[in-house]
Design a protein around this ligand. Structure first.
Ligand code: UGA
Length: 453
């Protein structure tokens, strides 16, 4: 059943992955949204119908909602503040050198909102922030506000995965809101009604199978902020746990993919995030884990468990290098083909991608590197210049002495390895994501090297 949505005027500050997806999806379910970013280049790309990032379905949603007048863009914060009653802060919170989150952008926009608001506003923090940031936002609003303005603050953490962010926003496992009073709870509830009740026509799947009601978790602000960091840290822990198990499997001659399957069928454990490989990367897990360790430290708790999770993740780089050395003996002067650069499939994001560290290590060893990625080459060019970028996997394979699979793009699963085998100098594949069929690869005559199998 399609509910009539009470359309709200929403302002989104920051048009990164989180802000742009949030803005486009709120517009899609019936609200009127204005998105702001101080990066004028990004705004001009968006205004001219382009996309600053690749994210499945996002471009279509943006185009459609801009066309219908429910989504617009500006680089002027003032314009956003004056036209929105509910403002989502979605600016970046990058890591500082000591691992803490840099909250200067959050503070900066909060001050502007305080100084330029002349009426009531609900300020919702969606950027990933340490616990107790809401308290600072409230304090800052009260210090710098004009006499007519008054504010509520809420936390509404996001759980969007890059590569499926639109789907995650529209069909979430849960929506978490941290609020100080019932009025804020009501406003946010109403805002999310179409998603909570799943009462909008799904723009992704014509016969959408997601029909269940979405739980709304209402907490205080501190708890909501913690839910975000705890979720990411727990998922990262699962990955490092299975990676440690993979190392044991190698020593014990067992297969980690089978172990993970057997373990994951226990619904208390769950099968997700038990894929062993080269470890986690991206702009969320590594930085959120560090930030959470720092917050715990500040609160007087030594989160040694999470430090170990980080350490295991770091050790994956040595693992890959050692595997290559075991097979190639000398790396210097050898051509190695890299398949996949982005930190995970279906995104062009290479921030904190494991591929970057592995490439750096291989370059230090004197390897000659060629690489292909379906989406991330343009972004990679700016970061890793001394490498040959190829148009397809076959070009990468040509004369390679080893192929290193670093991102589990579907394209690689279905690769024509019969053809690949005629291009390479040596039939050696190191599968950093355990995505290929070991037996098939061996039958094709490849030396197959997986992780923990
Ligand atoms: C993650 C969370 O999954 C989101 O819920 C959260 O909203 C987001 O961070 C965020 O904080 O903004 P994302 O970083 O996009 O999302 O990607 P994930 O799918 O979680 O993967 C993270 C990394 O873990 C990737 O490098 C992936 O390859 C790796 N991974 C994942 C594994 O190595 N093994 C697994 O089994 C699963």
């Amino acid at each position: 059943m399609v509910h009539q949505v009470e359309s709200k005027h929403i302002g989104i500050i920051g048009t990164g992955y989180v802000g742009l997806v949030t803005g486009a999806c709120f517009a899609e379910v019936g609200h009127k949204v204005i998105c702001q970013d101080c990066d004028e280049r990004k705004i001009s790309i968006l205004k001219s119908g382009g996309m600053p990032i690749y994210e499945p379905h996002l471009e279509d949603l943006v185009k459609k909602n801009v066309g219908e007048g429910s989504l617009s863009f500006t680089s002027e914060l003032k314009e956003l503040i004056s036209s929105s009653e509910i403002i989502f802060i979605c600016v970046g919170t990058p890591p500082l050198e000591n691992g803490e989150a840099d909250l200067s952008a959050v503070e900066n926009v909060t001050r502007h909102i305080a100084e330029e608001s002349t009426a009531y506003k609900l300020i919702v923090e969606k950027s990933t922030v340490p616990v107790q940031t809401g308290i600072w936002i409230k304090r800052t609003l009260n210090i710098y506000k004009s006499t007519n303005a008054h504010f509520d603050v809420a936390s509404n953490p996001e759980f969007l995965r890059e590569g499926s962010a639109v789907e995650d926003f529209l069909h979430p496992d849960r929506i978490v809101i941290g609020v100080e009073n019932e009025n804020t709870e009501r406003i946010l509830h109403d805002l999310y009604v179409p998603i909570l009740s799943q009462s909008f026509p799904c723009p992704i799947h014509r016969d959408c199978s997601f029909h269940r009601e979405v739980p709304l978790v209402v907490t205080d602000i501190n708890s909501a902020e913690l839910i975000k960091h705890v979720s990411n840290s727990f998922l990262a822990t699962k990955i490092s746990f299975i990676n440690a198990v993979a190392d044991i499997c190698e020593r014990a001659e067992a297969d980690v993919t089978k172990v993970a399957y057997g373990v994951g069928l226990d619904h208390r454990i769950g099968k997700d995030f038990l894929n062993a490989g080269i470890g986690f990367g991206g702009f969320c897990f590594p930085k959120d884990l560090q930030a959470f360790i720092r917050i715990a430290e500040k609160l007087g708790y030594d989160f040694a468990l999470l430090k170990e999770v980080e350490k295991i993740n770091e050790s994956r780089m040595d693992l890959i290098l050692n595997k290559l050395k075991d097979y190639l003996w000398i790396i210097k002067g050898k051509t190695i083909g890299i398949l996949g650069l982005s930190f995970k499939p279906n995104t062009d994001d290479i921030r904190f991608a494991p591929s970057l560290k592995i490439i750096e290590r291989l370059q230090n060893e004197g390897a000659i590197l060629k690489a292909y990625d379906p989406k991330a080459i343009d972004k990679a060019r700016g970061v890793i210049p001394d490498i040959v970028y190829c148009n397809d996997p076959f070009e990468v394979a040509k004369d390679s002495e080893a192929l290193l699979l670093l991102t589990e793009w579907e394209e690689f699963r279905n690769l024509d390895f019969e053809k690949i085998k005629t291009c390479v100098r040596r039939r050696l594949v190191v599968d950093g994501r355990n995505m290929l069929d070991k037996q098939k690869m061996q039958e094709l005559g490849f030396e197959y090297v997986g992780i923990g199998r």
